[in-house]
Design a protein around this ligand. Structure first.
Ligand code: CP
Ligand code: NVA
Length: 311
């Protein structure tokens, strides 16, 4: 049986910690020049309905480090749902490749993709969530602060796909998640309720960024206008005024707080260049960890199907 990674909640708490352990080992291997060709001669199709820098480069490079090869299929190559149906794309690719990574608009398409694919599907972002991002982010927090549990992570801005994945993480691993968002930009209500109902984490949604930032271990943000929302950009620029991570907001957080951003950043909007380039920022560790975390997810999925990879 193949296993997919479509949401953080696909993994148990133990599996998340095992993924982090594997990621740290794979990262050390890369730094020490120790090859780990666990997926020699395997191939991955990377299906992108939206643009990408990190997701594409980290998966493609990771696949080469595993001794395999990845193929990029851009928005104009296969025209998902227009030139060809999701289920046919999934069935065809499964006949060529050992892995599928997809970045799609509609999360329902991701679920359909996984249903019809006979090889593991990894979600590289949908309008609903971005699980690979959150695995990398939490790995980064664990690296810098020793643990994720009990950390106060404050997300300033839009209750978007990245925010939904933070909530999904909170349903599995206990920590303190606070979203400061303007009215009208709350996360997916079902995801919020499910995370609260899990009863593990402290979860707050507030309107005041300063109240949220007080005593934060991590200040996190993402773009105000996500991919696919470009026509709302002007309205969002107005609505998110005051929801910026800048020197002043940072002064309310703990003195050793981390500043994080999934990137791409829009300087002068959700974050100032000064803070992103400043001493609190771990933004490029976070970007690097995308690759190590995703490779670890792949090892976890393969081992669930009996690959027996011993990292
Ligand atoms: N953070 C992230 O997913 O970046 P890309 O959109 O460049 O892949
Ligand atoms: N919320 C952003 C994340 C980009 C990695 C978007 O969906 O565009």
């Amino acid at each position: 049986m193949k296993r997919d990674f479509l949401a953080v909640t696909d993994f148990s708490k133990d599996e998340i910690y095992e993924t982090f352990r594997i990621a740290r080992q794979l990262k050390a291997d890369v730094k020490n020049g120790k090859p780990h060709h666990y997926f020699a001669n395997q191939t991955m199709s990377m299906v992108f309905a939206k643009p990408s820098l990190r997701t594409r480069v980290s998966f493609e490079t990771g696949m080469v480090q595993f001794g395999g090869h990845a193929l990029y299929l851009g928005p104009n190559d296969i025209s998902i749902g227009k030139r060809e149906s999701v289920k046919d794309i999934a069935r065809v690719i499964s006949r060529y490749n050992d892995w599928i990574m997809a970045r799609l608009f509609d999360h329902e398409h991701m679920i359909e993709f996984a249903k019809y694919a006979s090889v593991p599907v990894i979600n590289g972002l949908t309008d609903y969530n971005h699980p690979c991002q959150i695995m990398a982010d939490m790995l980064t927090i664990q690296e810098h602060r020793g643990t994720v549990e009990g950390q106060k992570v404050v997300f300033i801005g839009d209750g978007n796909n990245v925010c939904n994945s933070f909530l999904n993480f909170a349903a599995v691993v206990p920590y303190h998640f606070v979203l400061a968002a303007p009215e009208g930009y709350d996360p997916d209500p079902v995801t919020l309720e499910r995370a609260k109902a899990a009863g593990l984490s402290t979860i707050e949604v507030v309107r005041d960024p300063i109240e949220a930032a007080r005593n934060a271990d991590v200040l996190y943000t993402d773009v105000w206008t996500s991919m696919g929302q470009e026509e709302e950009r002007q309205k969002r620029l107005n609505d998110f005024k005051g929801f910026q991570i800048n020197r002043e907001l940072l002064s309310f957080a703990k003195s050793d707080a981390l500043v994080m951003h999934c990137l791409p950043a829009h300087y002068g909007e959700e974050i100032t260049e000064e803070v992103l380039d400043g001493p609190h920022s771990v933004v490029f560790d976070e970007a690097e960890n995308r690759m190590h975390a995703q490779k670890a997810v792949m090892v976890m999925l393969a081992n669930s199907s009996g690959a027996g990879i011993n990292v």
